[in-house]
Design a protein around this ligand. Structure first.
Ligand code: TRP
Length: 330
């Protein structure tokens, strides 16, 4: 059975773009592979963050993952900082990576410029972030790593580091697949349909949260930006707003966007059906979220059990790597 691993930052509440674009395929993956999913709280320290909110966000993120259908009996769900081999292996890999290859990481440059006043004042952890991510992946002998396009370069680095380490020290790591076809839907912002849906855009009206109550979902869909024509047609380049609504309807109901378009003559009718479909899609998720989030003790137990399972795999890989690198066994 193939091993799958992926990670998510503890950003707290999940939105539809995360859910339909990524986490829904994690839920499917858990039944077909030996799957490990981690909430990467150590990665969250690489930019300015609120220490008082981090633990709660970590729990909410985990609760959202359980709410959308990760089953802790089927997959291993854990918090990165609970498994000490992540930073330990990251060190061995930092001694494998070169300054030049990390400097080429486009996300470092983007994030350092956007959030941290430039590369000179950025945290060193932001610079070495992709190495920690490589450790996340290599610790579990993951061959499949479902990530979005923005993470491909990091995945490529994980491959390069695995190959280089194996070359220097003998076969130690499974080399993960370079890239994956995007399995999920591409969900765009409802107010700015040429941008991906995200929690960081200026207008929260364009982002549907998985935990938004039905009236909020309906309002956001009703106010979604379309265009000045009247024809309902699937054409993402010329009609990004309408096409996004059709994509959402397709993702929620299982149809094909171009075919679904044929059933509509007005934007109003399309919006009404999109709103209904999203409310129906989210209802069971929200119910499950309340169950999971209301029982913090059980949620903590689930994460502790996940960390224990993860630790068993990670510790074996770490020992293998430390031995290969020449460290004296304790
Ligand atoms: N860097 C990823 C992101 O920001 C999160 C991540 C951390 C990850 N470690 C990982 C993803 C390992 C896949 C595998 O989205």
């Amino acid at each position: 059975m193939t091993r799958v691993l992926s990670g998510v930052q503890p950003s707290g509440e999940m939105h539809l773009g995360n859910y339909l674009g990524a986490f829904r395929s994690w839920v499917a993956d858990q039944h077909e592979h030996d799957a490990f999913f981690c909430v990467v709280d150590l990665h969250a320290l690489t930019l300015d963050y609120d220490p008082a909110a981090l633990a709660e966000r970590t729990l909410v993120t985990a609760a959202c993952l359980l709410a959308v259908g990760l089953d802790p009996e089927t997959c291993t769900l854990f918090v990165q900082s609970h498994v000490p081999e992540h930073p330990r292996l990251a060190w061995l890999l930092e001694c494998t990576a070169s300054m030049g290859e990390l400097r080429r990481m486009t996300q470092f440059k983007d994030k350092a410029l956007r959030d941290d006043g430039g590369t000179e004042s950025a945290r060193v952890g932001l610079f070495t972030y992709p190495v920690l991510m490589a450790a996340d992946i290599l610790l579990y002998d993951a061959d499949r790593v479902p990530v979005g396009d923005d993470q491909r370069q990091h995945l490529e680095l994980a491959r390069d580091l695995a190959i280089r380490f194996n070359g220097r020290h003998g076969d130690t790591f499974v080399v993960p697949q370079a890239a994956l076809p995007a399995a999920g839907a591409r969900v765009m912002d409802l107010q700015e349909p040429t941008r991906k849906m995200s929690k960081s855009v200026s207008s929260p009206q364009g982002t549907v949260l998985v935990l938004d109550p039905p009236d909020v979902v309906r309002r956001k869909v009703r106010r979604a930006v379309t265009d000045t024509e009247t024809e309902v047609r699937y054409d993402p380049a010329a009609k990004p707003g309408v096409s996004n609504l059709l994509d959402l309807l397709a993702a929620a109901t299982g149809g094909k966007p171009a075919q679904l378009a044929e059933g509509y003559t007005t934007y109003g009718a399309l919006k009404a059906d999109v709103a209904d479909a999203l409310v129906a899609l989210l209802e069971p998720v929200q119910q499950r979220y309340r169950e999971v989030a209301d029982d913090r003790g059980e949620l903590r137990r689930v994460l502790a059990a996940g960390a224990e399972r993860a630790h068993q795999v990670a510790a074996a890989t770490y020992e293998r790597a430390a031995g290969a690198a020449g460290l004296l066994a304790p």
